[in-house]
Design a protein around this ligand. Structure first.
Ligand SMILES: C[S@@+](CC[C@H](N)C(=O)[O-])C[C@H]1O[C@@H](n2cnc3c(N)ncnc32)[C@H](O)[C@@H]1O
Length: 270
């Protein structure tokens, strides 16, 4: 399969300016200037190549259309929402070890905001932010969040996972569920996750497990055929990317829901 996602990078300055405008008044969140960050550069990822932008626009168009029915879809019921629950369990386990300390969390590729809505009632959640590339998804998430108690209400923001518009070390937890396979520059995205995490901070990353026959058929054949320009990284590829980006204590496991999922839990090195 043609893996064009390896070669490009998008410029979405306008969208990020929009994200910053929304966020300007959120206490404690600093939106950074969108000059290229170190994580956005690498020999294999030249900035500004147009194909990257096309891939992201393709993913975006797909989710703009899907947003209104996403929560009711069988895929959400049987795959995405169960994986969101797994992510919540990981956060709960991590929290239990930290006692009652408050935490700040970003959910990258948050979709309709299911994960943050589950956490909205947690009194320790000092700041909950969801970021997504598709405007319609962000709107759905914002609607969902508007039902939360004002004190713990999450924020939804439009932005690109590969150019996170937050200051270094803003968050204690970064999550990314069922979204990474859409990113043209996955290693670069990991670098960004690390940058905005505080030392010792938690990363929970869940995506399709494609290292057995069922996973390969579902993700590398089925999903790739329908969604196009996606890449489900293998177990070892993800492990390598996490280490390379500066994560430690990397734990990976397979979790079977309707399809197999790869659950990755890691900490930013101190
Ligand atoms: C399958 S949905 C998963 C949503 C949610 N995390 C969940 O598990 O229900 C994938 C999401 O990733 C988002 N996405 C794709 N590419 C993105 C990018 N470059 N930056 C941010 N979000 C992106 C899509 O818009 C979509 O909402």
């Amino acid at each position: 399969m043609k893996r064009v996602w390896h070669e490009w990078h998008a410029r979405i300055l306008a969208e990020e300016l929009c994200a910053r405008a929304r966020f300007r008044h959120t206490p404690g969140v600093m939106i950074t200037r969108r000059t290229p960050q170190p994580e956005q550069r690498s020999a294999s990822d030249p900035l500004g190549a147009p194909e990257s932008s096309q891939v992201k626009q393709h993913a975006r168009a797909h989710f703009e259309k899907w947003a209104h029915s996403y929560d009711r879809s069988w895929l959400n019921e049987l795959v995405f929402f169960p994986s969101v629950r797994v992510c919540q369990e990981e956060i709960t386990r991590w929290q239990a070890a930290r006692g009652d300390q408050p935490f700040r969390m970003l959910d990258v590729g948050c979709g309709t905001g299911s994960l943050l809505a589950l956490l909205a009632g947690d009194p320790r959640a000092e700041l909950l932010v969801g970021l997504d590339y598709a405007e319609a998804m962000v709107r759905r998430a914002a609607e969902k969040f508007s039902h939360s108690e004002r004190a713990g209400r999450p924020h939804a923001v439009r932005g690109d996972s590969e150019r996170l518009p937050f200051a270094d070390q803003t968050f204690d937890v970064v999550t990314c569920c069922n979204s990474l396979h859409h990113y043209p520059h996955q290693a670069q995205a990991m670098g960004g996750f690390r940058r905005i995490l505080r030392p010792g901070g938690l990363l929970v990353l869940i995506d399709g497990f494609r290292d057995n026959v069922i996973g390969w058929l579902v993700f590398d054949v089925g999903v790739a055929l329908v969604e196009k320009h996606v890449h489900h990284a293998s177990w070892s590829e993800l492990r390598g990317m996490l280490h390379e980006a500066g994560f430690v204590d990397v734990h990976q496991r397979k979790k079977n829901v309707l399809a197999p999922l790869l659950v990755n839990v890691a900490r930013r090195a101190d």
